[in-house]
Write a protein that binds this ligand. Structure first.
Ligand code: PHE
Length: 342
C-alpha cells in the first residue's frame, strides 16, 4: 500500500504540473481527492491492516493528500496570475495606507525612560497581576490597615497564596521595589519601573487603568538631598530649566520620612493661574525607603539607605503646556481623529 500511495502521489504531481487549464485541474482534483477519488478508494483497504499499520498508513495518506492539495492550489494561483496579468493596468494609482504613529502615552514613557537612563537608572518591568505581599505586605502595610483603602485595589477571585496572600491587579508601581531588591540582591540599585496600574476610579483625571513610573535608588549613604536632586533633574529635563520642585511632608507606609512632590506650575511659570491657583502643581509621592521595606527585600538596612518616588505618566502629560488634555479618558478612546493630533 505504501508503494501504491507513492506512485499515486508522483502521478498526480506530474499531471498537475502539466495541466493546461483550470478545467483539467478540476478534473484531476476530482480524480484524486474527490469523494470517489483514488485516495478515498485506498482508505477502503484499511480494514485489512493491523493497528500499527493503520496508524502509519493514516499519516502517510494525510501527507499525500496535503501534498496534492498544495500542488493544485499553487497551480491554480499560477493560472490566476496569468489571467490577471492580461488586464492589469499599471497606470492605476496605488492605494494609500494611513500611517499610524506611536501613542502619546508610549511617547511619554519613552521620554521618561530616556531621562532616567541618562543618569544610570535601569528600566525594569514587573507583573501587573501581583500578590498582595509585593503590593502591600512587604511595603510595610499591616493586614487590614486602613491605608490600604486609599489604593482602591482590584482583587482577583482566586485562591490566596499561602505566603504572599491575595492575587490583585497592582495598584501602584511600588510593588516593583521589593522585586527589584530581590533581583539585584546587593546595592547599588537604580531602578525605573514604568507599568500599567489599576484602581477602582474613573473621572476626568482618573481612569481604572493608568501608568505610573517608580524610581528606586538604594546604596550606601543615600539621603534626602539625592532625592531632591533627582527630582530637580527630572523636572528640568522634561519641563525646562526654569521649573522648580518642592517636597512637602506627607505619609506613606513604605517611606519614612515621606513627601509629596510639587513642580512649579508648568502652565503659568509659577505666578498662579486657574490650573495651579498658587503656583505649584502636585505631582506625586516620594520618600526615604522604610527600613522594613529594605529588610523585606533582603537588604541590610543598617548599611544601606534609599529613596523612592512614583507618580502617573498621565499626570506628566496633563502638565505639558500646549497639549491641553482636559479629559484623560480621551487618551484611551479609539478615536483616531483625536489621537492623530499628537
Ligand atoms: N506608590 C505611591 C502612590 O501610588 C507613590 C509613592 C511612590 C510614594 C514611591 C512614595 C514612594 O501613590
Amino acid at each position: 500500500m505504501r508503494e501504491e500511495l507513492n506512485n499515486l502521489k508522483n502521478n498526480a504531481l506530474a499531471q498537475i504540473i502539466d495541466a493546461k487549464n483550470e478545467d483539467v485541474l478540476e478534473e484531476l482534483r476530482i480524480t484524486y481527492l474527490g469523494r470517489n477519488g483514488n485516495i478515498n478508494e485506498l482508505t477502503k483497504e484499511f480494514k485489512n491492516l493491523n493497528d500499527e499499520e493503520k496508524k502509519e498508513m493514516g499519516i502517510l495518506l494525510n501527507e499525500t493528500k496535503k501534498t496534492i492539495e498544495e500542488a493544485i492550489s499553487s497551480k491554480l494561483s499560477e493560472f490566476k496570475k496569468e489571467k490577471s496579468n492580461a488586464w492589469f493596468d499599471y497606470t492605476i494609482p496605488g492605494k494609500k495606507y494611513n500611517l499610524g504613529h506611536i501613542h502619546l502615552i508610549s511617547q511619554t514613557i519613552e521620554e521618561i525612560s530616556n531621562v532616567f537612563e541618562k543618569i544610570g537608572f535601569v528600566r525594569v518591568r514587573y507583573p501587573e497581576v501581583e500578590w498582595d505581599w509585593y503590593a502591600f505586605g512587604a511595603l510595610n502595610f499591616p493586614v487590614d490597615h486602613p491605608a490600604r483603602d486609599e489604593w482602591e485595589t482590584f482583587f482577583i477571585d482566586t485562591k490566596p497564596h499561602p505566603k504572599f496572600g491575595a492575587m490583585l491587579l497592582t495598584p501602584h508601581t511600588s510593588s516593583g521595589q521589593v522585586r527589584e531588591m530581590q533581583r539585584v540582591k546587593t546595592p547599588p540599585i537604580r531602578m525605573i519601573n514604568i507599568a500599567k496600574c489599576y484602581r477602582r476610579q474613573s473621572d476626568v483625571s482618573h481612569y481604572p487603568m493608568f501608568h505610573q513610573f517608580e524610581g528606586l535608588v538604594v546604596d550606601e549613604g543615600i539621603n534626602i538631598t539625592h532625592l531632591k536632586g533627582t527630582l530637580d533633574y527630572f523636572a528640568k529635563s522634561v519641563f525646562g530649566q526654569t521649573v522648580k520642585t518642592r517636597i512637602r511632608p506627607y505619609h506613606f507606609q513604605f517611606t519614612e520620612p515621606s513627601f509629596e512632590v510639587d513642580f512649579s506650575c508648568t502652565i503659568c511659570g509659577g505666578k498662579g493661574c486657574k490650573l495651579c491657583k498658587e503656583g505649584w502643581l502636585e505631582v506625586g509621592g516620594s520618600g526615604m525607603v522604610h527600613p522594613n521595606v529594605l529588610k523585606a527585600g533582603g537588604i541590610d538596612a543598617k548599611r544601606y539607605s534609599g529613596f523612592a518616588f512614583g507618580w502617573g505618566v498621565e499626570r506628566i502629560l496633563m502638565m505639558k503646556p500646549g497639549l491641553n488634555i482636559p479629559d484623560l479618558r480621551q487618551l484611551y478612546s479609539t478615536d483616531v481623529r483625536y489621537l492623530k493630533q499628537f
